[in-house]
Write a protein that binds this ligand. Sequence first.
Ligand SMILES: [Zn+2]
Length: 120
Amino acid sequence: MQPKIPRKTALSEMDVMVRQSTEQSARKVSQRTCVACRLGAEKRSLLRFVRDAQGRVSLDESGRAPGRGAYICADVACLEKARRTRALERALRVGLKDEDHARLASEFADVMVRNMVEEQ
Ligand SMILES: [Zn+2]
């Protein structure tokens, strides 16, 4: 009989490697990505939208408001795309009316303007 220990060791090492790579990809998924263009926070600056307990969606400037959150690039093109493709609604599992989109767009514009002022 050949000793089976080396083979077992090799297998368990592979096991660990598989587990590690699974954890790494799980972490990648949970990273902040824009729901419209799927680019991550390392490429763009993202704004967080949050759905509160009442089902109301608003722009979360603090980025820490409780509730289900979704990220969109600080870029009007991405906000428009998210509206067109309903990506934000899917991500937050909520239905948005035209007036909600209009309100979010104006909150978004406010933050963009404020950020621009701060950068100067
Ligand atoms: Zn984007």
